[in-house]
Design a protein around this ligand. Sequence first.
Ligand code: GDP
Length: 196
Amino acid sequence: MSADRARFLGAAGTPGGGPPPGPPEIAVAGRSNVGKSSLLNAFVGQRGLARISGTPGRTRQINFFLIEDRFVLVDLPGYGFAVGPEEERLAWGPLVEHYLAKRGTLRGALVLVDVRRGIEEDEEQLLAYLARLGIPAVVVATKADKLGRAPLRAAVAALERVLGESVPVVAFSARTGAGRPELWRVVTRWLAAASA
Ligand code: GDP
């Protein structure tokens, strides 16, 4: 994908903020250091795309990127309950919950977990919330290259056992590109469902 296929549309710092709804949106969520920036850059094929999200002041906002003029990748802030001033921690919930619950153009969510850590309470809560809202989700097991073939298979199987059938697991590596075609297939399916 060429560099001009992705464009920063804007950010939401308060519930209901950000660019007006337009094309279908795919949300991307994960705790800090899970590999979200690397995934966004690798997925879109544009270095520096997610750098915008990582600049000071933007890490606790929701950042919107228009991709190929046809859908929007929505970079949700890291859960961040453990860091930052109290008022920022408290702001996280309403900001993200409002977005997930009210954004009519949201078509699906990628929930990132480090393949070596698995699902923790934050991810569990987010997945339960998405399920309640009827928003399809996929768990992306990041940094898949850090495990050998057999441990990777075991880690993915363990995730699948915890998640059940409603939430598929995709093993992904920004380093090797593993899982990128599968992720594109998921996103393309969600977008097709949106236009149906
Ligand atoms: P973010 O905080 O979630 O945006 O995480 P980053 O994308 O900045 O990545 C956090 C750290 O994990 C960095 O040191 C990355 O180089 C490393 N990382 C991210 N993705 C991968 C991956 O697929 N494989 C490996 N081996 N390291 C990764």
